[in-house]
Write a protein that binds this ligand. Structure first.
Ligand SMILES: Cc1cc2nc3c(=O)[nH]c(=O)nc-3n(C[C@H](O)[C@H](O)[C@H](O)COP(=O)(O)OP(=O)(O)OC[C@H]3O[C@@H](n4cnc5c(N)ncnc54)[C@H](O)[C@@H]3O)c2cc1C
Length: 345
């Protein structure tokens, strides 16, 4: 049996998920004197902000008029780093088992990394797994595979790549429409291709698409073929029942949304409703003592899935978590203005 904490010691707290809420909780828990281990399935920190919309502007983070998903994650990571968390990426928590020792109960987490299983023991678990382990819904066209991450992108991680380029965006939801609008100012031209006559996007955004001279709407059309010459991507063919067309584009962005796997939650023996974990919102405790849930995966009456709500849940969780782990100690209290940030200010 291999342990990810090489000395096999039992950790105070393991956070499952390094989305914005998981990262902020490193800071919130650190301010209580708690050291964290963080585990994430992705190859980078930041959850949805980093993987799905790093270049999109966010406007509802308090005290920031506007910042991109990437800027938010960079700031959160910078804020958390004084607390020296142990971070394990590309690692999926598969299972949580309750174990017992002379101090009471603790948890053993089974973590899968590249098909290897290791374990971590911890007194408490904070689940911040958002929408679960997510992957983009893919276009079932084998010939696209050779161009993935060269000319075909399921995530936009660098908008400058698309400057002065011809792009085909495929999809009929908010993300296809938003990417068409976000890339239009820098792209040379954009085709928005959708197989149905109607688009399921916000009406105001759709009007902007129709008003934008750089965007050509192709509905109802389906992608029929990829055009390449000697392994070089040349564009895509689209077709409907009546006609077909060739779009000479540099890039193809399929935007069909995400497939997120959260079914594993049901095996974790927690009170789960509609794939979300029921919690007490004053403490973020789940139905199992020592396991907490925060962020998008946590649910209670009137819950809104917003980053700032997740931050507040992390702060609520921090106090109760300290009391749970150290029932005999007084929880650190006071504003950051009086206690500072250990090791930094
Ligand atoms: C296009 C778009 C725009 C948005 N705009 C806004 C906005 O303007 N304002 C706003 O407040 N919110 C916005 N949101 C929502 C916001 O991104 C989410 O509320 C936020 O990301 C939730 O943070 P989280 O940390 O709870 O979860 P996530 O960001 O989903 O992160 C969860 C992390 O957990 C990991 N994980 C999951 N399961 C496991 C497992 N078993 N083992 C290991 N790791 C696991 C995942 O890989 C992921 O990195 C937007 C979302 C999208 C998609």
């Amino acid at each position: 049996m291999s342990y990810i904490n090489s000395d096999n010691s039992t950790q105070d707290v393991v956070i499952i998920g390094a989305g914005p809420v998981g990262i902020f909780s490193i800071f919130a828990f650190g301010m209580q004197g708690l050291k964290c281990t963080v585990i994430d399935a992705l190859d980078k920190l930041g959850g949805q902000c980093a993987a799905l919309y790093p270049q999109k502007m966010i406007y509802d983070i308090p005290a920031h008029l506007a910042l991109t998903g990437k800027q938010l994650v960079d700031n959160l990571v910078d804020q958390a780093m004084p607390f020296a968390p142990q971070i394990h990426l590309n690692s999926v928590v598969d299972d949580i088992t309750t174990c017992y020792d002379e101090h009471g109960h603790y948890f053993k987490l089974a973590i899968k990394k590249h098909d290897q299983i290791s374990y971590v023991s911890t007194r408490s678990v904070v689940i911040a797994l958002g929408a679960g382990v997510f992957k983009p819904l893919r276009l079932e066209m084998e010939e696209l595979n050779a161009f993935e991450n060269k000319n075909v992108f399921y995530f936009v991680d660098d908008v400058q790549r698309f400057a002065n380029k011809d792009i085909a965006i495929v999809g009929g939801g908010d993300s296809a429409v938003d990417w068409a609008l976000d890339l239009a100012p820098i792209a040379k031209s954009i085709y928005l291709v959708h197989r149905r006559e109607y688009i399921k996007a916000h009406a105001a955004s759709w009007q902007k698409i129709l008003d934008n001279p750089k965007i050509q709407v192709k509905i109802p059309y389906q992608l029929s073929k990829v055009e390449s010459v000697e392994g070089e991507f040349k564009g895509v063919h689209i077709a409907n029942e009546a006609s077909s067309e060739f779009l000479a584009v540099d890039y193809l962005l399929p935007c069909f949304g995400l497939k997120s796997d959260i079914g594993f939650l049901n095996a974790w023996d927690l009170d789960v409703s509609h794939n979300r974990i029921m919690v007490d919102p004053t403490t973020m405790r789940t139905s199992k003592l020592g396991i907490y849930a925060i962020g998008d995966c946590a649910h209670y009456n009137n819950k809104r899935k917003l980053i700032l709500i997740g931050f507040s849940e992390a702060a609520n969780c921090a106090t109760d978590l300290f009391r749970y782990i150290y029932p005999d100690r007084a929880a650190p209290v006071g504003h950051s203005t009086s206690i500072g940030v250990p090791g930094r200010f």
